[in-house]
Ligand binder design. Sequence first.
Ligand code: CUA
Length: 344
Amino acid sequence: MPKDALVHGGSYWLPREGSSFADSTDWLFYGILGLTIFCFVAITIAVVYFTWRYRARPGHTAEKSNAHSDSLEITWTIIPSIICVFIFVWGWQGFSDLQTAPTNVMDVQVTAQKWKWLFKHEGLDIQVGQLHVPVDQPVRTVMRSEDVLHSFFIPAFRIKQDVIPYRYSYTWFKPTEPGVYRMYCAEYCGTGHSMMKTVAVVHGKGEKKCTADMPADAKCCDLKRDPLGEHCSYEQWVGGYQETVIMSKSPAERGEFFYNQLGCKNCHSIDGTKGKGPSFKGMWGASHNTNKGAVVVDENYVRESVLEPQAKLRAGFGPIMPTFKGKLNDEQIGWIIEFFKTLK
Ligand code: CUA
């Protein structure tokens, strides 16, 4: 994906506003920031002034005073209390907005797994590695974790929600501007945590299909050229993805596509470098030392390693790979095998 596909912008403090939450969240942030700066400056000035005013010096005796002012004490108790209540109410309103999805939401199923995100969209059979949503449509994410605690974080949308094993968690948002936004995992989840990032694509409305007479850099919908479908509407993306992006490729290319999409590349290189898992280069037909003895890499070994990664552990590598049971069917595993055969 070209770098400029990502939406940049925003202010010094905050990323660009990409959802309906951004406005109120940012006002609260700036409000608290302004208040703390004001208090910090006022208190610092007072401390410096009093230090100078009442410093020890010749001819100056310390003042002794039993002065006590009820009105002063009441004032400095009441005013901060009012400010605290004000901040609480303001924050609580925003929090309850974030917790309460409207009834016309579109659900997206989200799976977090060491170390990738997978999304299941309505109307698309396969899971993909990016989140796709239509602009101005409230979207609810129904999230679960396959292993440990992760956190779903899209800074431009001002949402962050823990994703917890053995239970569902939810968040919702209404994207307000088409574009491609960065998405992260915001909970340390192991050695691959920093690689657990992807993008959220907000599709515009009424986007045009590319035609032959348009220039090559025209902003139009062509899933062959841009599988992310940045300039496609959501309907164009969902409708064309399976056919255009996957089935139009050769089986080995489809395998490569899944290798990139499903996060395999985070741990397995294809150029021979050792990652968290063995490199796939030159693997096909080779003999591997495993904890169950020597194994020749063939169809059965690959299939078993995808579905039950811990069945045979290659020497020198830990039991960290998650299973792809339920995420890849046998036909798709066949495409991955075809891809492996090309990695001589
Ligand atoms: Cu998942 Cu950090």
